[in-house]
Each structure stands twice: as structure tokens, then as C-alpha cells.
Ligand binder design. Structure first.
Ligand code: BT5
Length: 259
């Protein structure tokens, strides 16, 4: 006889299908909502013909990507893999959108975990010194496709091993296996809110959420061969470092850090 609490019906299975997510959407982000069971990369599902706020989501990516040709790995149905189409005014700096996405993810993660999240410049979201999410802003034919990968239900053995920073999921942090749909809906509402703030007031308007969350601040770092102490993310979204008493500003690059 089946147990009363067994997860036996299709409706009970954790899914990011439109019927699970669309009723939870609060704003214009997520409309239209493009969903595929599997795809190469959600980044490739959006193009300039779509409206701002169009979102692509998949349960699995066969060629999920990070920055600079790196891979983003997540087993089927375990994570949030989503991309959002944005049309920022041409004069705005696209790299700032990684931080806009970072603030949105950090707020959404904090709302579900009740633990604080940090932003590791330029695009990682960290909890307990581990990476739980990555953001990827790609400029394409005048539009920006903003990708967000959030580790939700992976077990430790399902996360990539030996990465720097080490990978974690919300589940490995607090032991809770979650329905992903409300987390995604909350994330899209947050992204819309943070994006509107950025459109109105630039990164300055979000700085109150970035400064206190700056993971690298005061850490010993090496950026593109230059070793120093991170002063922090500046109001233009660049990383300021102190190299032997001299201030340097890094627009983009690879950072390694000491604990
Ligand atoms: C990122 O790149 O962190 C941006 C990741 C963006 C992924 C989303 S998923 C939806 C959308 N569609 C895509 O195809 N991409 C976006 P980066 O800073 O370059 O980090 C990549 C590195 O993180 C890899 O080289 C691994 O070391 C590590 N990594 C890979 N998968 C990971 C995971 N699930 N959790 C934590 N670290 C991971």
C-alpha cells in the first residue's frame, strides 16, 4: 500500500515547468517563459527578437557555460538554470549587470536560507565561503542575456569537485531539499527590482547591497598576475586593489584569493 506521504504523482515532482512557475510570477520578468527539459545552454535560447524580461529555463544543459569558455555543470533537475533578456540603454556598462544579477541572487538566496550571502567580484554568490551561484552577462546584438545558475538541490557528490572557490548548494548548506519553483519566482522578482533600481540610479543605487557583501574586501588577492590586498568593489563595479601601497582598478579579470 502506498504511504500517504509518498511523492507519487507527477504534480508532486519538483519541476520548473511553466505550470509550476508561471502562477508564482509577480512582475514582468518571466513573460514569456520559455522552458525546455534539456538544451545546450539557456543562454542560446534567447535572441534580440524577444521582449525584455523574457526568460529561458531548462532542467538540464549539455553545454552550460561560465565565463571565458568555462563549463557550468549541474545534474538534471537539481538546480536553477535560467537566462533573462535585458535591453539596457546603450550607454550603460554591461559588466555592471553581473553585479545586478549578483545582488538579486544573493537576496533570493538569503530569503530562502536565512543565512547571509556574499558577492565575490565579479560574478559569484557565496555562502559560508562556498560558491552557490554564478552569473554570466553576455552582450549580443545590442541586448544582454543574463544567465544565472543557482545550486539548489545537489548533494555533495553531485557538485563539481576541486573547484576554486569550492562549490555548494542550498541543500549542502542547510540540509533542506526544496521546490525550486518558488525560489526561481522569487529570484526573477528580485532581478526585476534590482534591474529597475540600476536603470534609475546606476550601480550607486545598489551599492548599499554590494559594499557590505563584498567577499574579497581586505583579502589578499592576485588579479592577472598582480598581487595585493583587495580594497573592494568600487561604485562603477570595478575591483580596486592595493598593490604595495599603489591603488589599481581592475575592470575585469580572474581573481585568486587566500582564505
Ligand atoms: C560562472 O562562470 O560562474 C557563470 C555561470 C553561469 C551559469 C548559468 S546557468 C544558466 C545560464 N546558461 C549557461 O550556459 N550559463 C548560465 P565562471 O565564473 O566562469 O565559473 C565557472 C567555473 O565554476 C567552472 O570552471 C567550475 O570551476 C565552477 N563550476 C562549474 N559548475 C559549478 C557549479 N554548479 N557550482 C559551482 N561552481 C561550478
Amino acid at each position: 500500500m502506498p504511504c500517504a506521504w509518498s511523492r507519487s504523482t507527477a504534480a508532486d515532482v519538483d519541476s520548473l515547468a511553466p505550470e509550476a512557475v508561471e502562477p508564482l510570477l509577480a512582475g514582468r520578468f518571466g513573460r514569456p517563459y520559455l522552458y525546455m527539459e534539456a538544451c545546450e545552454s539557456t543562454q542560446a535560447l534567447l535572441d534580440p527578437s524577444q521582449t525584455e524580461g523574457a526568460v529561458a529555463v531548462s532542467e538540464e544543459q549539455t553545454a552550460g557555460r561560465g565565463r571565458r569558455g568555462r563549463r557550468w555543470e549541474a545534474p538534471r533537475g537539481s538546480a536553477i538554470l535560467c537566462s533573462t533578456l535585458l535591453r539596457p540603454p546603450a550607454a550603460r556598462r554591461v559588466p555592471e549587470l553581473s553585479l545586478v544579477g549578483g545582488v538579486a541572487v544573493a537576496n533570493a538566496v538569503e530569503a530562502t536560507l536565512a543565512l547571509s550571502a556574499q558577492i565575490k567580484w565579479p560574478n559569484d554568490v557565496m555562502v559560508n565561503r562556498q560558491k552557490v551561484a554564478g552569473v554570466l552577462a553576455e552582450l549580443r546584438d545590442g541586448v544582454v542575456v543574463l544567465g544565472m545558475g543557482v545550486n539548489v538541490n545537489q548533494t555533495r557528490s553531485q557538485l563539481p569537485a576541486g573547484t576554486h572557490p569550492p562549490a555548494a548548494s542550498l541543500r549542502t548548506i542547510d540540509g533542506v531539499e526544496r521546490d525550486r519553483a518558488p525560489v526561481l519566482a522569487g529570484l526573477l522578482a528580485e532581478l526585476e527590482r534590482q534591474y529597475e533600481r540600476w536603470l534609475d540610479g546606476g550601480l550607486d543605487a545598489l551599492y548599499v547591497d554590494i559594499g557590505p557583501r563584498d567577499f574579497l574586501r581586505r583579502r589578499r588577492v592576485v588579479v592577472d598576475g598582480a598581487a595585493g590586498i583587495a580594497v573592494g568593489i568600487d561604485r562603477h563595479g570595478r575591483l580596486e586593489i592595493d598593490v604595495g601601497g599603489e591603488r589599481r582598478v581592475v575592470e575585469s579579470g580572474e581573481v585568486s584569493y587566500e582564505r
